[in-house]
Ligand binder design. Structure first.
Ligand SMILES: Nc1ncnc2c1ncn2[C@@H]1O[C@H](COP(=O)(O)OP(=O)(O)OP(=O)(O)O)[C@@H](O)[C@H]1O
Ligand SMILES: [Mg+2]
Length: 437
């Protein structure tokens, strides 16, 4: 196993004329990158004009055995980054280390990385068994630190390899007892069965991919990656084709497997629930840049900027424009409240300035009329059984999401008062998007 280090990764694509792209076509500073480096390509060679920067200054260290989740909205560059690490896409600038090897110039199969794709990418004409065995058969037995391979040395073969391969191929379609099985094929068989057992897909080994459900295909794709016992797993939204229940099940299965195998993993998703529940740490990406890297709850409680605050959490954090009156007063046209003392040092430069107040749905409570409270109109009530979510409008302008206990009864059209849990307020600088704290 190995750590993965990404150093100043840049990627540009030619910007074909007339082609619409969701990519950031601008080099303007975006919402606060993690560091303050200027957002220009490091690549020393002059870039051809009309390129689109898809990834910019990506620095990321994934520790040995760590489960790192890469999360961000559609089009922010997650798949591109994974493909670059796997060697399926060339980078424009930067370095990629796997363990102590610089892998920039290595072809994909020499990087010792296995990737699981969103669409599973199984070979349709091969059985489940052969899909899992495929990568193993193409590697030299002696090179592969297989988990259950009996020998890590090249075993002495009774036939020269070219002849042996031919005999294996010729006898493969014969009944089992008549097939020629080389030492390598025996090791492959052991490994395929070990993985099939791990993923509980043994009964499926003789089926073709078209005879499998989405969840089963997903496990086969995972099996194919696990069988190679690589140093690193890269997974690109492997659960997005599954229904909600299967997704939740498979989610915990993948986490358990990863712990068991201890393989360094980078897992891409745009689903923040997946990110929160699976990752040791999460890297949040937007517009080709990493915004913050932290353990799940740290991201949730201490987002570095307004983008992260709005992206992590469901329903998302509410934002309201407010004004600061030194030392501790927050003013909005509809309410005024005083922040706790510990805010003083952070607000001394913001007197009379406009800021963005952020408050999560669970930190707004039904309350009584008061100047520090918000009079809102209830537009929507969603009773989920365990919780109830309200969508309310403040002053016919801002819409807020509120979480209340399921036994609290509120009706659509009603006017209610909300209090803000002041200890849970976030403030953001509207110019930079950065968190003030
Ligand atoms: N070969 C290419 N040529 C030009 N632009 C590309 C190419 N591949 C990807 N892009 C652009 O790069 C951007 C990032 O794409 P990428 O697939 O990495 O996004 P993503 O974060 O994986 O999104 P999603 O969550 O939708 O899968 C997109 O705007 C995409 O249009
Ligand atoms: Mg993608």
């Amino acid at each position: 196993m190995a750590q993965v280090v990404l150093e100043k990764i840049y990627k540009s694509f030619p910007n074909r004329k007339g082609e619409r792209t969701a990519a950031p076509v601008t080099t303007e500073p975006l919402l606060t990158p993690v560091d303050e480096a200027p957002l220009v390509a490091v690549d020393q060679s002059p870039q051809p004009p009309e390129t689109v920067n898809i990834l910019r200054r990506i620095n990321l260290r994934v520790n040995d055995g760590e489960f790192m989740v890469l999360v961000g909205p559609s089009g922010c560059g997650k798949s591109t980054l994974l493909r670059i690490i796997a060697g399926l896409e060339e980078l424009t600038g930067g370095k990629i280390w796997v363990g102590d090897r610089l892998v920039n110039d290595l072809p994909p199969k020499e990087r010792d990385i296995a990737m699981v794709f969103q669409n599973y990418a199984l070979y349709p004409h091969l059985t489940v068994y052969d899909n899992i065995a495929f990568g193993l058969r193409r590697t030299k037995l002696g090179n592969q630190q297989w988990r259950v391979g009996t020998s890590k040395e090249q075993p002495p073969n009774s036939l020269p390899p070219w002849l042996e391969n031919a005999v294996v191929g010729m006898t493969r379609s014969l009944p089992k007892g008549l097939r020629y099985s080389s030492d390598k094929e025996k090791a492959v068989d052991e490994q395929v069965r070990y993985v099939a057992n791990l993923l509980q897909i043994e009964p499926l080994l003789n089926r073709l991919p078209k005879q499998l459900s989405g969840g089963q295909k997903q496990r086969v794709a995972l099996g194919r990656a696990i069988a190679r016992n690589p140093q690193v797993f890269l997974m690109d939204e492997p659960l997005s084709n599954l229904d909600a229940k299967l997704r939740a099940e498979t989610r915990s299965q993948i986490v358990k497997l990863q712990r068991q195998l201890g393989t360094t993993t980078i897992y891409v998703t745009h689903d923040q629930t997946e990110a929160m529940t699976m990752g040791d740490r999460i890297a949040v990406m937007n517009l080709g840049q990493i915004q913050q890297i932290a353990p799940p709850l740290e991201l949730y409680n201490y987002p570095a900027n307004q983008f992260v605050a709005g992206f992590i959490g469901s329903p998302p954090m509410n934002f309201l424009p407010i004004q600061i009156k030194a030392p501790l007063l927050i003013q909005h046209s509809q309410f005024r409240l005083t922040l706790p003392e510990e805010w003083k040092p952070f607000l001394k430069n913001y007197d009379e300035r406009s800021l963005i107040l952020g408050i999560r749905p669970e930190h707004l409570n039904l309350s009584v009329p008061a100047t520090k409270n918000l009079a809102v109109q209830v537009e929507l009530v969603e009773a989920l059984g365990n919780d109830t979510y309200l969508s309310v409008t403040l002053d016919n302008e801002s819409t807020l999401q509120v979480r209340i206990a399921s036994d609290q009864v509120v009706k659509v059209g009603e006017q209610v008062w909300l209090s803000i849990v002041v200890e849970k307020i976030h403030l953001f600088d509207p110019q930079t998007g950065k968190t003030i704290r």
